[in-house]
Ligand binder design. Structure first.
Ligand code: HEC
Length: 479
């Protein structure tokens, strides 16, 4: 694991930092090779190079112009100052990508390293020649993804959340760079009985045995993720345009832009059912996980999908009955959108009565992704504390809660489990089928959780990359 940077920056805050903390070969060379040298090299054949004579591939040429690197004075060095200009500055380095118009900013950690290196004397060992390297895309399994997750978690840890359960409050958070907000409800830690008894009407064998589970505290999103929220992630170029009107920390943008984003959908994903205030649907578990990673980078809070146990614990909200209002299925219309009152489509989120902990649409409207692999026998072997049945294959995964599409009331019971299926993307017009969309699952959405305890980078990597679709080798290559 390489995470020393933040520690290192903290130690530099003290003026007595004795030894040179930044090493050219280890810290600076990769930044220049990944981000600068492909344009700032002597060949000048690359079409994107543009009009520059600055050659950053050797010590001699890098120091040729007196204003590029002024040893001991980063604020006078263009190598540093051009990288910390505002998003819309013409001289910002690296410049906007000419093809996609995307910003390719250095992260705050990277600019701080460059600054410190210059202020410490800008030592560049003799004879070291830099060569341009392609920036690695942060896909699951890549070193770039582990590096990205490490940076996101470092950023989350830099702004402390509450240290214990007593400090957990409900909150509304605006997604930086947008006018869109979401609500989070604190869920106290505790013990509950997961599953349903054999005599519950509609009970299925995969809900047995009822077993005690201990859950650690977390926040859960009050409603399911809406199109308003999800489309910021789905259409990154529009999101970039929107945020140019807001003042945003460029370092945040660099992290969020590095998260892999969905490809453009080939069909209109709301299927005419409405967007503003309506639940986002038809995303794969992988897409939901990447939304969580993106939102974490954007907000500085750690978000992920709930485990199946967290989902049921929060849905029950202290109740032990078939539904969170009791056992009387006839009251369903007060609490749920389901097959018999939904008018054959999803409905706006948050319009029915909430459960006792203030969560809306936990049952009905859209079924919700969890993090778990579906195993009908898992309850017999479930760990007692914070269980999570980690995925080893792409299907089936667990979704919970029943939907607008379910006529049968018992499918909206709080213990009911639903297994995902490859048929959920049977109509996908793309070949190979997209890793982002379950075009046929128009009843499927998700909501996010934020555990009180921020995970390690390795744990976060596991959550955010748990749903990669590997069923068809061509699929994982397609993205
Ligand atoms: C896509 C190509 C490209 C990339 C990548 C790029 N630059 Fe540049 N850079 C240019 C061009 C073109 C100019 C000249 C533009 C101008 O002066 O307006 C320039 C100018 C500069 C200058 C000013 C030179 C001077 O003295 O006027 C500095 C310093 C610089 N770049 C540093 C960097 C650094 C540091 C990076 C990496 C973090 C970087 N550039 C990445 C294309 C690039």
């Amino acid at each position: 694991m390489k995470t020393p940077t933040l520690l290192l920056l903290a130690s530099l805050a003290t003026p007595l930092a004795a030894m040179a903390a930044v090493d050219f070969e280890k810290d600076i060379k990769p930044i220049l090779e990944n981000n600068c040298v492909r344009c700032h090299n002597p060949k000048g054949t690359e079409f994107e190079k543009g009009d520059t004579d600055l050659n950053l591939s050797t010590k001699e040429t890098a120091f040729e112009s007196k204003s590029t690197i002024v040893a001991g004075n980063a604020e006078k060095s263009k190598l540093y100052t051009t990288t910390v200009l505002p998003d819309d500055a013409k001289k910002l380095m690296p410049p906007r990508n000419k093809v996609t118009n995307a910003l390719e900013r250095l992260t705050k950690e990277e600019t701080e390293l460059v600054k410190t290196w210059i202020n410490e004397g800008a030592t560049w060992p003799d004879g070291l020649t830099l060569t341009a390297r392609k920036k690695e895309v942060a896909t699951a399994g890549s070193a770039a993804e582990m590096d990205l997750v490490t940076k996101i978690i470092a950023q989350i840890n830099a702004s402390a959340g509450p240290s214990d359960e007593k400090g957990m409050q409900a909150y509304n958070n605006t997604i930086p760079g947008s006018d869109i907000s979401y609500d989070m409800v604190p869920i106290p830690g505790g013990k509950f009985k997961m599953g349903s008894p054999d005599n519950e009407p509609g009970h299925k064998p995969d809900e047995s045995p009822v077993h005690d589970v201990q859950i650690s505290p977390f926040w859960m999103e009050k409603c399911t993720v809406t199109w308003n929220e999800f489309e910021l992630f789905m259409y990154p170029n529009e999101e970039k345009k929107a945020r140019e009107t807001k003042k945003l920390d460029p370092a945040l943008n660099a992290l969020t832009d590095a998260v892999t984003h969905p490809t453009q959908p080939y069909v209109e994903m709301s299927f005419g059912m409405g967007k503003d205030g309506y639940p986002a649907i038809s995303m794969t578990q992988h897409a939901a996980n990447k939304y969580c990673e993106w939102l974490s980078a954007k907000t500085g809070h750690f978000y992920r999908l709930p485990t199946e146990a967290e989902w049921e614990y929060a849905a029950r909200a202290g109740t032990t009955t078939a539904y969170y209002w009791g056992d009387d299925a006839s009251q369903i219309g007060d609490y749920c959108w389901y097959g018999k009152n939904s008018d054959f489509k999803y409905q706006k989120v948050g319009k029915k009565k909430p459960n006792p902990w203030g969560l809306y649409d936990m049952l009905g409207n859209v079924i919700q992704w969890t993090l778990d692999q579906y195993d009908p026998n898992f309850y017999a072997k479930s760990p007692a504390v914070d269980p999570w049945n980690k995925s080893t294959k792409p299907y089936p995964q667990v979704a919970r809660g029943g939907s607008w599409d379910d006529d049968d009331v018992v499918k909206l019971r709080v213990a009911n489990r639903r297994a995902s299926d490859s048929s959920w993307k049977i109509q996908d017009p793309q070949l190979p089928k997209s890793v982002w969309y379950h075009t046929d699952a128009q009843f499927l959405g998700f909501r996010i959780v934020r555990p009180l305890k921020v995970p390690t980078p390795e744990e976060a990597y596991g959550y955010w990359n748990s749903g990669v679709e590997k069923d068809n080798p061509a699929l994982s290559k397609a993205e």
